[in-house]
Ligand binder design. Sequence first.
Ligand SMILES: [Zn+2]
Length: 283
Amino acid sequence: MRQEVLDVGSIKVTSLSDGGVVFDPRLMFSDTPLEHWSHYYDIFPECFSGQHFLMNLGVFMMSSAGKNVIADTGFGPHGRMLGSETSAELMDDMARKGIATDDIDTVFMSHLHADHVGWNIDPATSNVPTFSNARYTVHRADWEHFTVPDEDSEFGMEPIERSVIPLDEIGVLDLMDGETELATGITAVPTPGHTPGHMALLLSSGRERALFVGDILINPMHATDTDLPFALDTDPAEAMKVRHEVLDRAEREGMTVLGSHLSPPGWGTIVRWEGRRYWRGMG
Ligand SMILES: [Zn+2]
């Protein structure tokens, strides 16, 4: 059976998923021909369905010193994403793993794209938080960027109006301005570029470290092809710089890396082979 729990010192991380989506890679890497990906088919078969990407919508629950932090809330039951059917499995997956929505103390949003906020609000309602005992938190720069209507935004305003603005109206949203400790040893750190307020989580306990990188590493191929232009980055130059810094650090320090869209369980390490950097999944 696949390993679904990761121990980082005394911090326990449980892998969850809202399901997978299948779409044309050119929706994310518009300048890269489809054939480019073919040499990865054998290396990362879990990431492809024919010539299309098969991408996990990953969520992590992190428990430390009696507090539970959930990192992102998937796409939710809101129709199609990137033209793909979605399956909205997060609630079922949590139930299967014995996690109740009211066990969660903090909902951390790495950023405000639609596939990271989908279960914030109970979909049977318009204004009841799914995680009834939780404070929700995101960097102020993402709040300011995404709550201003923008016709060019990749996902439109609908996810923000439905899943983010109600949190503020209900009074459960906290905005972060910089590095913020969410629970013992779980610290949100600014990693801007993919979005203005994108944040990672540094997990630190005893001698162990891990880093949840959100959408900085969008798939395993991205660890090797780090310089490919990624169409969903708000600020491509800054995103590229931060992506290199984060992956260089993870490689140098041998950290366990967790990513929002890596195949379940969604964690692994960065290794170097014949001069090139590669993702090596664990679990
Ligand atoms: Zn994403």
